[in-house]
Write a protein that binds this ligand. Structure first.
Ligand code: HAM
Length: 420
């Protein structure tokens, strides 16, 4: 074992896997940008109270999984476990809610949860997310969901399903909560579960233990007790999804791990991943902004797991290919050739071509092996004598064919081969 390892449960992404990671992240983000979402870059750590209040004290995320510490000024800060609370904080702080609505924002980056590491469950996880704030319109819910669906499909993924439900609103949730508690308190529950039923009864429906599952099989579900407004909203979302041909299944027992959700709530589930099957999730959070000290504006968004999307693609036997690491590889033999090829490499890079070359005065054989391994389509091969004669060998790595090209024409020749 080496002296230092990455922290437990934190993946490293290295070439060539890292190119696939970037392709997945960028593919998911591109789907959001096409719908007019603007990028935000927000702090990796925030005031601890932001998450406690935003995500909910009774959630596992806040009560068990946060990376919280006092900074040198003795402020309690937390590595962000999710993106929504920070986005809303920034929207309020910078008054974006006073501009045109909805405010449409997207982001990508690392999030931190002290979970028990296992396949597909990491302590530093990567998400692509969007938030659409300030308009409560079922068409907007459907847009957000359709973007996630399109993002996954643009990568070639298709072995997933969208599960959707409604968690109701202020007018129907309190009554439903009581109804559910009445049901739960009649069951023979252990002390801790009973306490959970007191604080957050919905979470009991998420209990994975078979005995509890069995007891709660007939528990009332929110979907059967929606107010007229919430019901109409949900029907509107489904009608839009139908029109957009986004397939879904209704899962009235869905429980999300964050407390801010209202009305439309959804998850993208992939069956090839074992226990950690959620590749993305999101929903509406109409009370969150006010709870964080802002106006009473609605919002909806999603977070898609980049790590799990990569695993899901692998499970489907698919790979997204990013651009080749290197398109051209320089093989210099001699000091003059090294300088000349370095200049050519710089010119090609300036023209947008990815170029690497052999360093360390290696033998022709070793340098050609490097060219081969690099995956480059073209090798530029030159010794000092070639440079003196004013030529460089341009080798097609696929066919092995090599021709001499005048130094001044190498740039044009390479560009025309790469972009016919
Ligand atoms: P979330 O469901 O907690 O939602 O996370 C979104 C996605 O992040 C999950 O579906 C999963 O793919 C990935 N993920 C979460 N935890 C882990 C982990 N430990 N290891 C690997 N991947 C993980 C949110 O975070 C909300 N902020 C989404 C949202 C935005 N809702 C409204 N707006």
């Amino acid at each position: 074992m080496t002296e230092f390892q990455a922290p437990k449960g934190v993946p490293d992404y290295l070439p060539p896997e890292s190119a696939r990671f970037v392709a997945v992240r960028d593919g998911l983000l591109e789907a959001a940008r096409r719908a007019g979402y603007g990028d935000v870059e927000l702090p990796i750590f925030e005031d601890t109270a932001l998450f406690a209040r935003g995500v909910g004290e009774s959630t596992d995320v806040v009560s068990k999984e946060m990376y919280t510490f006092a900074d040198r000024g003795d402020r309690s800060v937390t590595l962000r476990p999710e993106g929504t609370a920070g986005v809303i904080r920034a929207v309020i702080e910078h008054g974006l809610d006073r501009g045109p609505l909805p405010v449409k924002l997207c982001y990508s980056g690392p999030f931190f949860r002290y979970e028990r590491p296992q396949a597909g469950r990491y302590r530093q996880l990567q998400q692509v997310g969007v938030e659409a704030i300030g308009v409560d319109d079922p068409a907007l819910d459907a847009e957000v969901i359709a973007i996630a669906d399109a993002g996954f499909r643009s990568l070639g993924l298709d072995g997933f399903r969208l599960e959707i439900t409604s968690l109701g609103d202020d007018t129907c949730r309190p009554q439903y909560r009581e109804l559910l508690q009445d049901f739960l308190f009649k069951l023979d529950l252990d002390e801790e579960t009973r306490r959970r039923a007191q604080i957050n009864p919905l979470r009991v429906l998420d209990d994975k233990r078979p005995a509890v599952r069995e007891m709660t099989a007939d528990a009332p579900v929110m979907l059967d007790h929606l107010s007229d407004v919430a019901k109409q909203h949900f029907d509107g979302v489904l009608a839009h999804l139908d029109a957009l041909s986004v397939p879904y299944v209704i899962n009235p027992r869905m429980v999300r791990g964050l407390d801010y959700y209202t009305k439309t709530t959804f998850e993208f589930v992939h069956d090839g991943l074992g226990a950690q099957s959620g590749i993305g999730g999101g929903g509406r959070y109409d009370g969150l902004m006010q709870q964080l000290g802002g106006k009473d504006l609605s919002g909806i968004g999603f977070g898609l797991g980049v790590d799990r999307t990569l695993l899901a693609l692998a499970a489907e036997g698919k790979t997204v290919t990013g651009p080749a690491r290197v398109q051209v590889f320089g093989v210099p033999l001699g000091a003059d050739a090294k300088v000349r090829l370095a200049v050519l490499a710089a010119q090609l890079r300036a023209a947008g071509v990815r170029v690497d070359m052999a360093y360390g005065d290696r033998s022709l054989k070793a340098a050609m092996k490097g060219a081969d391994r690099s995956g480059a389509a073209i090798a530029l091969v030159a010794g000092d004598r070639d440079i003196e004669a004013g030529t460089v060998g341009v080798k097609d790595m696929a066919t092995g064919e090599q021709v001499d090209v005048a130094v001044d024409e190498v740039l044009t020749e390479v560009l025309s081969r790469l972009r016919p």
